[in-house]
Design a protein around this ligand. Sequence first.
Ligand code: SAH
Ligand code: SF4
Ligand code: F3S
Length: 444
Amino acid sequence: MAGPKKLYIKTYGCQMNVYDSERMAEVMGGAGYVATSRPEDADMILLNTCHIREKAAEKVYSELGRFRPLKEARPDLKVGVAGCVARAEGEEIMRRAGVVDLVVGPQSYHRLPEMEALVRAGKRALDTEFPARDKFEALAARPKARRGPTAFLTVQEGCDKFCAFCVVPYTRGAEVSRPGARVLAEARDLVERGVREITLLGQNVNAYHGAGEDGGDWSLARLIGALSEIDGLRRIRYTTSHPRDMQDDLIAAHGACDKLMPYLHLPVQSGSDRILKRMNRGHDAESYIRLVERIRAARPDILMSGDFIVGFPGETEADFQATLDLVGEVGYGYAYSFKYSPRPGTPAAERDQLGEEIKSERLQRLQALLTRQQRAAQDAMIGREVGVLVEKPGRFAGQMVGKSDHLHAVHVKDASLRPGDLARVEIVESGANSLAGRTIAPLS
Ligand code: SAH
Ligand code: SF4
Ligand code: F3S
């Protein structure tokens, strides 16, 4: 008899897609599929896609092209496109890429098993709607498989901010928060399965306002407070935040909650007020800088991380200089910077565009500065004592790798450490992309 059917999933884009891919693997597990890391062995291939920049969306089509010979050799192979490209392009994907049997948007993946049955019967299946039913609750009972020490947990999805450059409000829909009790139940389940660190996810996670267990409306700070009472959960992180939703109670939580880690991703995009306005960000450079000061007052060692866009329509050299100035003033431990990419259907795509050269040149200058800052922040860890959550063995014998409180990768030479241990480590060296440390004491 043939073994179980095999599912190959490839994930693009943000952490929310990583979380969604795990959920898709679980629902398909209920339909008799096991995961494979080899597309050649798969009975079904799913690409969980990202639409944020042109390159991300185009990658999907080149990948689909690579599956054509596989499908020609094995007509039984089914190919599906999920995620934000699915939502943005829908049926167009099937027209452009004949290999595609199934298109499923980010809010419909709980329907994958019935869609799979349709395509097995030789039909095509498409669902890119935003159904009224909550997909999280529609998911089948989850297998209680053991998990690694870290996990993502989506608590909020969608965005109502409509930054002029961004597709997310269109691909993910309006802001929705999951009820606190459901998040707590999922977190407890993860901890029972071995998880020690949870990263709460949302496109605007700090806009979280879920129904509380007490009937009220919980803020993200309130949710973090409730999660921090789960025994066995050692660390909490959250991403991505919007400067406009950084409430006082959340800032205070960074000073008061030991389990909340000293790292914050708070994208600003530009340091120019003129550009911020044209981006429809709803804040200026000064208010962002003051906000970072207040966060640092609550948690002085917090490591700031940000996102930047260069070459937005209308950006002058002076505007770009203002971005460099803001970066100089804030000082980032991590950063992600991008050339502006015009996205169909967004307001900024209709405006006069800057040339590719100017974008590349500005990106280079910004990245040079950010790389210096990142390096300096990493080097500044030498001599400090940090917590390290051990994740897996390193490349060399007896070496373990994990993440520090500040999210730096840390190598520790200590054969007694196991994945899931939280060790107290002194940082002794700063390498290209990671730190090296020695254990002072295992925390537990
Ligand atoms: N919700 C998050 C961002 C999600 S998208 C937030 O509000 O911060 C992740 C990052 O991609 C953005 O912060 C932005 O820097 C970048 N980005 C989004 N649209 C883009 C576009 N059209 N071109 C270039 N970068 C873009
Ligand atoms: Fe996109 Fe802006 Fe919403 Fe972030 S806040 S997801 S950048 S529209
Ligand atoms: Fe990309 Fe969609 Fe995430 S567009 S960044 S996968 S929300």
